[in-house]
Design a protein around this ligand. Structure first.
Ligand code: UDP
Ligand code: MG
Length: 318
């Protein structure tokens, strides 16, 4: 067992992976504790895994894990966490947006007694305005809705102590919003502010549609507020309908009822129909997640797992 294990999920990152490892290894060399790294290949379609294997051949501190297909970052990360065993672990992206040079500072805070040390981005170079805006909006909505406070502008780049890691391993939900889960764990948490660099190579794997779904995932995993919104919108509409009903009835009693009112009729039908569909959709979002959870499928499947050659390694296949 090593003192520090770094988990790196990677999906089609072959272009930048060597550079990443060079920088990570330089950080390792300066650390005063035994460190190793576990590269998780999330079913890449390029030669990412081959690059990982060649890194493992040349550096005894490298372990590799290959998933059977692309499961998405949250699950790749989970697979990595499940397969490391260390006093502290670090989660970092493979694209060098999170600088590995920050690791010693994370370790320093961990030694001070913090269980979760996370990187909070003060700036995000190389990302579009729209992405920064939508991301900021999302964190603020989450802040409002979620009972578990998810820190703002914080990615997955962080250090977990042994007990925080053990706690994470006990969370087996299938719909995983990792940032929320990390926050849910609690313990002593510490933010380290840093400037986020642009990607070293390749393109982001998250387009806006994927980010939108990711946001829904986050909200539904940590908040039932949309269901409440549906209830309140329903109550409000019913009240409105009642008032309108009294008005229509009164009007008919006083002025009689020549068969007019097609526009109002259409308006009411369309409005109520819309509100009902929206509420149904919200319920559906939760129901769909319930369905996935009930199936009890494994979270991910491992194709290959290779421990690091050095004695200080993650454990063999379980
Ligand atoms: N990633 C992954 N599986 C996926 C998508 C992404 O393991 O299905 C990895 C990716 O290789 C990178 C990290 O998750 O190491 C963050 O992805 P990306 O840089 O595309 O996200 P962004 O920084 O744009 O939010
Ligand atoms: Mg990135």
């Amino acid at each position: 067992m090593s003192a520090l294990a770094v988990v790196v999920p990677a999906y089609n990152e072959s272009e930048g992976l060597r550079e990443f490892h060079t920088r990570l290894a330089a950080v390792f060399d300066k650390l005063d504790l035994a460190a190793c790294v576990l590269y998780v290949d999330d079913g890449s379609s390029d030669d990412t895994y081959a690059v990982m294997e060649s890194l493992r051949a040349s550096d005894p501190r490298v372990a590799t894990l290959k998933l059977s297909r692309n499961f998405g970052k949250e699950l790749a990360l989970t697979a990595g966490l499940d397969n490391v065993d260390a006093d502290a672990i670090i989660v970092i992206d493979a694209d060098l947006q999170d600088p590995p040079e920050l690791i010693p500072e994370f370790v320093r805070w961990w030694r001070e007694g913090y269980d979760v040390v996370y990187g909070t981005r003060s700036t995000r170079a190389g990302e579009s305005r729209l992405k920064k805006f939508t991301s900021a909006a999302f964190y603020r909505v989450m802040e409002r809705l979620s009972a578990t406070p998810v820190p703002r502008d914080t990615g997955d780049f962080r250090l977990l102590s042994r007990r925080a890691l053990d706690a994470m391993k006990r969370l087996r939900e299938r719909q995983r919003f990792m940032k929320g889960l990390f926050a849910w764990v609690g313990f002593r948490q510490k933010a380290v502010v840093y400037d986020r660099d642009p990607r070293f190579a390749g393109a982001s794997k998250f387009n806006y549609w994927r980010l939108w779904n990711f946001a829904i995932e986050g909200i539904t995993s940590f908040s039932g507020a949309p269901l409440k919104i549906a209830t309140y919108v329903g109550v409000f509409t019913a009240l409105l309908a009642f008032v309108f009903g009294v008005f229509v009835l009164g009007k008919a009693l006083i002025y009689g009822d020549p068969a007019r009112g097609y526009p109002t009729l259409m308006l009411v039908i369309l409005f109520l129909g819309g509100v009902q569909l929206m509420a149904l959709g919200m319920i559906g979002e939760y129901l769909g997640r319930l369905y996935v959870e009930v199936k009890q499928r494994p979270l991910y499947l491992v194709d290959e797992l290779h421990a690091a050659k050095e004695a200080t390694t993650p454990p063999p296949l379980r």
